[in-house]
Design a protein around this ligand. Structure first.
Ligand code: SF4
Length: 189
C-alpha cells in the first residue's frame, strides 16, 4: 500500500505518532531553536525527503523556522541551496538517500549538535524522559534501558516501537524511514 505524501499541515502530528526518536528529537529542537546545525539538517532533511515531503514543502518548512532565527534573506542565501542539493537540484544532481541507523549510530555529534542516535548519545536521565514523552512507561522503559546498556541501540529502538504501537516489529528497526513506514502501516490499518 502506498502512503499519502506527508503534508506540512500534518507534519507535527505525524512527527509525534510515527517518527523514531532520533528524528523526533531533531524535529523538536528545530521547532524550539529555529535552527539546526549541518549534521542535523542533513539527518532530518533526508529523512523528510524519504517520507515524501516535496521539495517546495521542504523549503517552506525550513524557511519558516530558520527565518525566525537568521531572517528570510539569509536563509535564501545560505541554507536553501543545501536543501535543494539534498533533493538533487544543485551541484552534481545526485539524489541523496536518507541515512540508515548504522550510519546515524556511528556519527559523532559535537557540542550543540542534535543529530545521531539518542539511544547511543543521550544520558540515561534524558533518555528516560524522552521515552516517557513518547508514551513508553513502566517495565518497557527498563527493557529499553537494558538494550542500551548492552549497546544494542537498534533493538532498544525496536522495543520502543513495539511499546508505542502495541504491536510487534519482528524484522527489527534498521532504518528511520522503515520505522516511519511500519508505523504508518499500523496507524492506517
Ligand atoms: Fe533512529 Fe535508528 Fe537510532 Fe532508532 S535506532 S533512534 S531509527 S538511528
Amino acid at each position: 500500500k502506498e502512503f499519502a505524501q506527508i503534508s506540512l499541515k500534518d507534519i507535527d502530528d505525524v512527527a509525534k505518532s510515527s517518527f523514531p526518536l532520533c528524528m523526533r528529537h531533531l524535529f523538536e529542537k528545530l521547532r524550539e531553536d529555529h535552527h539546526l546545525k549541518h549534521g542535523g539538517r542533513m539527518q532530518l532533511g533526508l529523512f523528510l525527503k524519504g517520507v515524501g515531503l516535496k521539495l517546495d514543502d521542504a523549503l517552506a518548512f525550513w524557511k519558516a523556522e530558520f527565518s525566525r532565527k537568521v531572517g528570510a534573506e539569509r536563509f535564501d542565501k545560505e541554507y536553501s541551496y543545501s536543501i535543494r542539493h539534498n533533493y538533487g537540484r544543485e551541484g552534481k544532481r545526485t539524489d541523496y538517500t536518507p541515512y540508515s541507523c548504522q550510519k546515524i549510530i556511528s556519527s559523532t555529534p559535537g557540542v550543540g549538535d542534535h543529530h545521531g542516535c539518542p539511544y547511543r548519545n543521550f544520558s540515561e536521565e534524558n533518555l528516560r524522559a524522552a521515552l516517557n514523552k513518547m508514551g513508553v512507561t513502566g517495565r518497557a522503559v527498563g527493557d529499553v534501558m537494558d538494550k542500551v546498556r548492552n549497546r544494542h541501540y537498534q533493538l532498544a529502538c525496536t522495543l520502543t516501537f513495539e511499546a508505542v504501537h502495541g504491536s510487534s516489529c519482528d524484522a527489527g528497526i534498521n532504518h528511520p524511514n522503515q520505522y516511519f513506514s511500519d508505523s504508518q502501516k499500523i496507524m492506517q490499518s
